[in-house]
Ligand binder design. Structure first.
Ligand SMILES: [Zn+2]
Length: 162
C-alpha cells in the first residue's frame, strides 16, 4: 500500500513501538497496516470421521473444499459454522485449526479448519452456490481434489498429520 486508503496521501515509513517501520499517513495521523481479506475453508468430516466432503462449484468441475469470506466483526470459527450451513446445510462442530496460507490472486488470507458434521445427509445443499457435494474416503479425497490448489495443500497437510 503506497497511498492512504482514506485520503490518498502518500504514505511515509514511521517507527511504531515494537512493530518497526510502518507506513504512516501524516494527514490522517494514522498508521496504515496492510489491508487484505480473510476467508475460511474447511475439511468437513462425516460423523464417523472416515470421510471428507468435497464440492464442485461454479461449473468448473474441480473438487474443492467448502470456503467463504469472514464477515467484518465475525470470528473465523463462526464463519466456518455459518458457511458450512449456508452452502451445504450441515451443522458442524469439533473445529480444529489446520493451516493458513495467503492467496495473492484475491489478496486473501485463508484459514483452514477441520470440523465434523452431525449428519451425512446433503439434501440441504445450496444449489445456487454448489453444483455437487460428495463424501470421499481419505484416499479418494487425496486423489480427487483439484491439483496444485490451495485446497489440496491444506488437505494433504491435514491428512499427513493425522
Ligand atoms: Zn490519510
Amino acid at each position: 500500500m503506497k497511498y492512504c486508503f482514506e485520503c490518498g496521501t502518500l504514505l511515509v515509513d514511521k517507527p511504531l513501538k515494537k512493530e518497526g517501520m510502518i507506513p504512516y499517513c501524516s494527514k490522517c495521523e494514522a498508521f496504515r497496516f496492510p489491508i487484505f481479506s480473510s476467508a475460511v475453508s474447511m475439511i468437513i468430516h462425516n460423523p464417523s470421521k472416515d470421510k471428507i466432503l468435497l464440492i464442485k462449484q461454479y461449473g468448473t468441475g474441480n473438487n474443492v473444499l467448502v470456503a467463504g469470506y469472514i464477515n467484518k466483526g465475525e470470528n473465523a470459527e463462526n464463519a466456518v459454522i455459518r458457511e458450512a450451513y449456508e452452502e451445504i446445510g450441515l451443522r458442524v462442530g469439533e473445529l480444529r485449526f489446520n493451516k493458513s496460507e495467503y492467496f495473492p490472486k484475491t489478496n486473501t488470507l485463508m484459514l483452514n479448519y477441520s470440523c465434523v458434521a452431525d449428519t451425512e445427509a446433503l439434501d440441504g445443499m445450496n444449489t445456487e452456490e454448489v453444483d455437487e457435494a460428495r463424501w470421499f474416503t481419505f484416499e479418494e479425497a487425496r486423489n480427487s481434489i483439484m491439483p496444485k490448489s490451495l485446497a489440496k495443500r491444506f488437505l494433504l497437510n491435514y491428512l499427513d498429520d493425522i
